[in-house]
Write a protein that binds this ligand. Sequence first.
Ligand code: UD1
Length: 419
Amino acid sequence: METLIINGGKALQGSVEINGAKNAAVAILPAAILASEGKCVIDNIPDIEDVHCLERILSSLGCNVHKVNNNTLEIDATDITTVDACNEDVRRMRASYYFIGALLTRFKKAKVELPGGCPIGARPIDQHIKGFEALGAKVTIEHGAVNVEAENLHAANIFFDVVSVGATINVMIAATMAEGTTILENVAKEPHVVDVANFLNSMGADVKGAGTDVIRVKGVKKLVGCNYSVIPDQIEAGTFMIAAAATKGDITIKNVIPKHLESISAKLMEMGAIVEEGDDSIRVTVDQPLKGVSVKTAPYPGFPTDVQQPMSTLLSITNGRSLIAESIWENRHKHTDELKKMGAVIKVEGRTAIIDGVQNLKGAKVVATDLRAGAAMVIAGLVAHGETEIRDIGHIDRGYPHIEDKFRALGADIRRELR
Ligand code: UD1
């Protein structure tokens, strides 16, 4: 089994380049099948397992997928041969649900197996379905697959019951070729929602308001290929910011949009870290003991739930008591049992983790229980005395490109090993 082996205790120094946003790329690739003419050439795609999985799904649908290099893909969806997305790869990843919206709007029909992904909560898709039905689709779920069908898609006013990134993007995609102007309210405002809207507009769609509470999608007749570059990954950047603070290092994180990182920067500064914003970079350093804080996850522009787990590692070695209240997912503190194996003092009550900071962590054999939990364990290994062995790193590879190479370049003693 592949593991990450880390000998911690080094202050990380230097600079790191952030790759394209996973959560934007995993929606943009399925949305590329909307182009009935021409190729989509998509740049700044992160070289991660979830993207490789999507490449295989696109090929299985009959798309011509050409890898120009590790970060650029050419997708020609002109001659798609099937609207049936049911295979191991589809089941493996959560973002497969974007094929429902994309196939529905282009072909008025799709069969997509229900998505998998990280085991962090119930993860219903009722809001996606509510949106598709409002646009005129008939939706049934049979034998683990979602079937959608419509004679015609028409505009609708949809008020989402919960703020959902997935439902916002999926219904926005589905509405691109529906007749009339669809109005989506109580939508997610995450940077990746805006990025997907920009991509759709580059293909000829008419989407306005992404990044605000209301998105208006005026249906167009057809969408065509385009050239597009994915935004930098807010979550990868946040992970490196936290790693800098946790190892008492000095890291300049390059190729970022500092605005997207404000909630993380603010929390680190509240703890006593130094955060300096450049035009497209952020430098994080520490010159004093950090103090405990309360963190509450919230939809953008709030503190991202996906950075909560790495943050819990930092708070484990921060003076005093800290609280992390998880408001998005019901089961996102599982990794704290792994942190406790390394000496962290954490009590979980419902959705809140109560963390009493300790002087340091000790190396141990731990497991990556999900993607961001994996990043939390990597940071724990980087600060801990002695050797840390992290298993189940497939979760990490789903979303962090070349994580060990990036940390090694910052001075970490980290390697991948078969054990
Ligand atoms: C996306 C991200 C994930 C992140 C999450 C919240 C991707 C591929 N993944 O996940 O990393 O943690 O946003 O920022 O972009 N909900 C419903 N009904 C629905 C849909 C969602 O009740 O139909 C609930 C969920 O249970 C959850 C909340 O809404 O409590 C937010 O979920 P959502 O924003 O949809 O998360 P994902 O899009 O799955």
